[in-house]
Design a protein around this ligand. Structure first.
Ligand SMILES: [Zn+2]
Length: 552
C-alpha cells in the first residue's frame, strides 16, 4: 500500500492509498480519530474498480464497518501496530465484501440499512415475530403512527412513555414473514422498499401461508396500508421492518388485484417481550412461569425484583405488613413506598422497572392466604418463603408435603450481623421420584424457642439475636442491605434452576459472611460456620431418616 501522510487543517491526519486484492483496485483513506490510539483507525472506501454496485458493510459516507475494538486490547505505546491491526481487519472485511455472499450480509445487516424518513423517530414495536402471516394492530393519533402491537394494551401497560397518550385509533396492520434469501441471490434491503420486488418476495411464501395472507389482505381494508415484515436472517431469526403504503387505490397494494402506491420505510424499535428479555440476559422461556413469594421484607423484596429481572412472568406476593421508615436502608423500595402495604408498594416498584410481568398482591399473612385459597400451592410452579418466621415456614413445609400436586418450595433466611444466609429447596411429593429432604429435617427439636436454632445455623443456638428499638413489638434481626441481597441472590439463582427443571433432590445452600461484627458483639459461632472454608457452602447433608414430614 502506498501511503502519503497529510494533515487536514491541522485537526485530523489521514493516510491515503490503494489496495489491490481479489481482482479489484480499492482507493482507501485511513483517518486517525482524535482519540487514537485508544481506538482503531477509521477506514473509508473512496473507490472500487471495477465498480461494485451494492456493497455491504460500507456506510453512505464510505466508512468501512470494521469490527469494534471491544474484543481487542490495544497497546497505546504501539500506534503503528494499531494501524497495522486496523488494516488487517479492513483487508479481511474487504475480501469478504468482494468475494462473499453479499445477499446474506445485507440480510444480516438489514436494520442498519432500513432508515425511515428523516422526520420521525423509530416507531415502538410490540410485535413478536413468528412464522405465519397474521393481523396485528397499529396505533394512530390522527395520521401519526405511534406504535404497532400484537396486543394494543401493551404499549400503555409496559412502556412509561405511552402511559399518558391521548386516545388512539386502532387500525389493522399485517405481519408478513418473508425469506428473501431463499429465492434471491441478489437480495438488497432497497428491494423490500420497491413495490414490484416486494410483491415477488411475498408471492414466494409457502402456498398455505399465501392463502392465509390473501384472506388477510382482503380483510384488512383500505385504511390499513401498514405492513410489518419479519425478514429471515441467515442465522434463522427474524429482523422486523415496517412499510407504510401511500396513495393506494383499490385493494391492498400487496393483493393480487392491488393497483399500486408509493412505499415509505418505517424504522421500528423493538420492545416485544422475547426481544427485550433475550437482549437483556433474561430468559424468555420463564415468562410462562408463576411464582408465589411469601414475605416481602428485605430479602423478599430483592428476590421479587431478581425474579422479575430474570424474566419470570407472574408473581404472587403475600405479606400483611406495611412499609415503615425502619425498612429504608435495606429494602429494594427504599423510602419510596413508606406507609404503603408492602405487597402493593413492591408491585408498583417492579412494574415501574420491569415490563411484561403480572404481579398479584395479597396483603395478608401467609397462613390466612393459604386458608382462604387451599388450591394455591398447586397453581404455582414454585413457592418461596422469605418470612423470617420458622413456625410459619415449617407449617408451609408440611402443607407442601401434604399433596403430590403441590409445587416445590424454597425457604430462605438470614443469620444475624452479616454471618451469612441460607436457602433450602424441598420438592415435596410433586417430583416423579420424590426426593427426601425438607425444612423439618433441619430441626431436631422443633419449636425450641430461638429462631435460628437449626442444623444449618452459623450463630450458636440459645441466644436471642433480635434487638429491640422501642420495647414491646419493635424487635428486629440486625443485618445489612448486602446481607439481604446476598441471601436473595443465592435463593434467586436456586429458584431459576428449579423453574428450568435443573435441580433434583433437596439442596441446602448457604453463604458465609464475615464474623467480625458478630464476634465483637460477644456472640459465638457454630462449628458449621467454622468448618466452612469458602464464601459459599454448596450443600449440607441434613436429611433426617426419621423426619416426620418427608420420610413418611
Ligand atoms: Zn424432612
Amino acid at each position: 500500500m502506498e501511503s502519503l501522510l497529510l494533515t487536514d487543517g491541522g485537526r485530523r491526519e489521514f493516510l491515503r492509498g490503494l489496495i489491490r486484492m481479489d481482482g479489484y483496485e480499492i482507493g482507501v483513506r485511513v483517518e486517525l480519530p482524535p482519540t487514537f490510539p485508544l481506538c482503531l483507525a477509521k477506514v473509508f472506501i473512496d473507490s472500487i474498480s471495477p465498480r461494485v454496485e451494492r456493497r455491504p458493510h460500507i456506510l453512505t459516507d464510505g466508512r468501512l464497518c470494521i469490527e469494534a475494538e471491544s474484543d481487542l486490547l490495544l497497546d497505546v505505546h504501539d500506534p503503528w501496530g494499531i494501524l497495522r491491526e486496523t488494516l488487517v481487519r479492513a483487508h479481511r472485511l474487504l475480501h469478504q465484501i468482494l468475494t462473499g455472499d453479499r445477499a446474506a450480509e445485507f440480510a444480516r445487516e438489514l436494520i442498519s440499512y432500513w432508515k425511515g424518513s428523516p422526520r420521525g423517530l423509530p416507531v415502538p414495536c410490540f410485535v413478536a415475530p413468528d412464522d405465519r402471516p397474521r393481523l396485528t394492530k397499529a396505533l394512530y393519533f390522527e395520521e401519526l403512527l405511534l406504535a404497532v402491537a400484537d396486543d394494543p394494551r401493551e404499549p400503555a401497560r409496559f412502556s412509561p412513555d405511552f402511559s399518558r397518550l391521548p386516545p388512539c385509533t386502532l387500525r389493522n396492520a399485517i405481519y408478513i414473514p418473508i425469506d428473501p434469501l431463499a429465492g434471491d441471490p441478489a437480495f438488497h434491503p432497497d428491494k423490500l422498499a420497491t413495490l414490484s420486488e416486494l410483491r415477488k418476495y411475498v408471492r414466494a411464501l409457502p402456498s398455505r401461508d399465501g392463502r392465509v395472507l390473501d384472506k388477510l389482505l382482503g380483510r384488512s381494508g383500505k385504511h390499513s396500508p401498514l405492513v410489518i415484515l419479519g425478514v429471515r436472517r441467515p442465522e434463522g431469526e427474524r429482523a422486523l421492518v415496517g412499510i407504510q403504503f401511500h396513495d393506494t387505490r383499490g385493494g391492498h397494494p400487496l393483493a393480487h388485484e392491488g393497483n399500486g402506491g408509493s412505499v415509505e420505510k418505517i424504522e421500528l424499535q423493538r420492545r416485544d417481550a422475547p426481544f427485550l428479555a433475550s437482549r437483556g440476559g433474561a430468559d424468555p422461556h420463564l415468562r410462562g412461569r408463576k411464582v408465589l413469594l411469601a414475605g416481602c421484607g428485605a430479602v423478599g423484596g430483592y428476590l421479587a425484583m431478581a425474579l422479575a429481572r430474570a424474566g419470570v412472568g407472574s408473581l404472587t406476593l403475600v405479606d400483611g405488613d406495611v412499609f415503615e421508615l425502619a425498612n429504608t436502608y435495606r429494602h429494594v423500595c427504599g423510602i419510596a413506598r413508606n406507609g404503603m402495604p408492602k405487597v402493593f408498594g413492591l408491585r408498583q416498584e417492579i412494574e415501574r422497572l420491569v415490563p411484561y410481568i403480572t404481579v398479584s398482591p395479597y396483603q395478608q399473612r401467609l397462613e390466612a392466604f393459604l386458608h382462604e385459597r387451599p388450591q394455591t400451592l398447586d397453581s404455582h410452579d414454585l413457592v418461596i418463603a422469605a418470612l423470617g418466621n420458622p413456625t410459619i415456614e415449617l407449617e408451609l413445609n408440611r402443607r407442601i408435603w401434604s399433596s403430590h400436586r403441590n409445587a416445590p418450595a424454597l425457604f430462605c433466611w438470614l443469620e444475624p450481623l452479616g454471618l451469612g444466609g441460607h436457602a433450602l429447596l424441598t420438592h415435596g411429593r410433586a417430583s416423579q421420584s420424590p426426593a427426601r429432604g425438607c425444612l423439618e429435617c433441619l430441626y431436631d427439636h422443633p419449636v425450641r424457642g430461638a429462631a435460628l436454632e437449626n442444623l444449618a445455623a452459623f450463630a450458636k443456638p440459645g441466644e436471642a439475636y433480635t434487638r429491640d428499638s422501642f420495647g414491646c413489638g419493635g424487635r428486629y434481626l440486625p443485618f445489612g442491605d448486602l446481607d439481604a441481597q446476598n441471601t436473595a441472590q443465592l435463593t434467586a439463582r436456586l429458584a431459576l434452576r428449579v423453574l428450568r427443571g435443573e435441580v433434583e433432590g433437596a439442596p441446602l445452600q448457604s453463604w458465609k459472611g464475615d464474623a467480625r461484627a458478630f464476634l465483637q458483639a460477644g456472640y459465638e459461632v457454630t462449628s458449621r460456620y467454622e468448618s466452612q472454608t469458602g464464601a459459599f457452602a454448596e450443600t449440607l447433608a441434613y436429611i433426617r431418616p426419621d423426619c416426620a414430614v418427608c420420610q413418611t
